[in-house]
Design a protein around this ligand. Structure first.
Ligand code: C2E
Ligand code: MG
Ligand code: MG
Ligand code: MG
Length: 287
């Protein structure tokens, strides 16, 4: 009865797919309504300067508070929002809110905003950014845009001029999740990023595994040699922080400093005592 089993399995997968489709449609309808119902919220995660031993900025991370499903993580709706084009409206909202929030923070504190590939191809990103900055009266130098390699990959010839225009206005551009794409190195030389953010998958074993440490060391040196600021994401322990203090790493981000928190907690985060692994470093310029 292998055949019968096979048919049963096929039916199971067909039902499963049908259910998936329905869930998607429901989610898409909810997502459309969410923009108007203001169900989104931004949480902020500190970017911690290792040399100055202080928070130097925050990354804005979107949260969707669904009335029935509860909190839906970005990975469960951003890809869908990209597919159906809603990420343009959502992205505009994120830019506005992030700039408004950052305008309340001390002068030296930047805000980093994630930008999706769709925002480059189906909207006037430069205009949206300018409008958000103007509405908040925030200096362009306090805004960083984070883009992943896949953004560049989608359409290099379309994206590059936009990145250059943004950079000319004084906005900083970071390459996010560095090392996860398949041709990271060639992209590094096609655009002068201000910063690379080394993906958290590279930090996991750096304390216990020599090879993992060596790879981290090499990526940090590469970014440094190219004159880019280097951030390591996903730092969860004091041991990882101590190790990164010994490297040319400029900045870290991760649960060890703080998880993403609601905007109202930013002043509290800024008031916390510095964290360090006990390694004293000279500022880069003086070495
Ligand atoms: P990302 O830009 O790489 O953001 C970092 C993610 O790592 C965040 O997940 C953050 O909560 C998580 N993280 C931070 N520190 C640690 C740590 O120490 N350990 C671990 N395991 N994780 C840590 P989150 O908030 O779930 O966001 C996931 C992704 O969703 C982001 O990755 C970004 O690609 C996307 N995303 C978030 N907000 C937006 C947005 O406003 N617009 C767009 N287009 N994408 C967004
Ligand atoms: Mg990011
Ligand atoms: Mg990242
Ligand atoms: Mg990442």
């Amino acid at each position: 009865h292998a055949k019968a089993d096979g048919r049963k399995r096929e039916r199971f997968f067909a039902n499963e797919m049908e259910a998936q489709m329905q869930l998607r449609h429901a989610l898409e309808a909810d997502l459309r309504a969410a923009v108007e119902k203001e169900e989104f919220e931004l949480h902020y995660q500190p970017l911690y300067d290792l040399t100055q031993r202080r928070i130097c900025g925050f990354e804005a991370l979107i949260r969707w508070n669904h009335p029935v499903r509860g909190r839906v993580p970005p990975m469960d709706f951003i890809p869908l929002a990209e597919e159906v084009g809603l990420v343009v409206d959502i992205g505009r909202w994120v830019l506005r809110r992030a700039c408004d929030d950052a305008a309340q923070w001390p002068e030296g504190i930047k805000v980093a905003v994630n930008v999706s590939a769709i925002q480059f191809s189906s909207s006037d990103l430069t205009r949206d950014v300018s409008e958000a900055l103007a509405a908040a009266t925030l200096s362009p130098s306090r805004l960083e845009l984070e883009i992943t390699e896949s953004v560049l990959m989608e359409n290099l010839s379309e994206v590059l001029p936009i990145l250059h225009a943004l950079k000319e206005r004084g906005i900083h551009i970071s390459m996010d999740d560095f090392g996860t794409g398949y041709s990271s190195l060639s992209y590094l030389s096609s655009f002068p990023f201000d910063k690379i953010k080394i993906d958290k998958s590279f930090v996991n074993d750096i304390v216990d595994n020599k090879e993992a440490h060596a790879i981290m060391h090499a990526i940090i040196l590469l970014g440094d040699a190219l004159g880019m600021r280097v951030t390591v994401e996903g730092v969860e322990t004091a041991e990882q922080l101590a190790l990164l203090e010994c490297e040319e790493c400029d900045e870290i981000q991760g649960y060890h400093i703080s998880p993403p928190r609601p905007a109202r907690e930013v002043p509290h985060l800024l008031s916390l005592p510095p964290k360090n692994g006990g390694v004293t470093r000279l500022p880069k310029a003086k070495r």
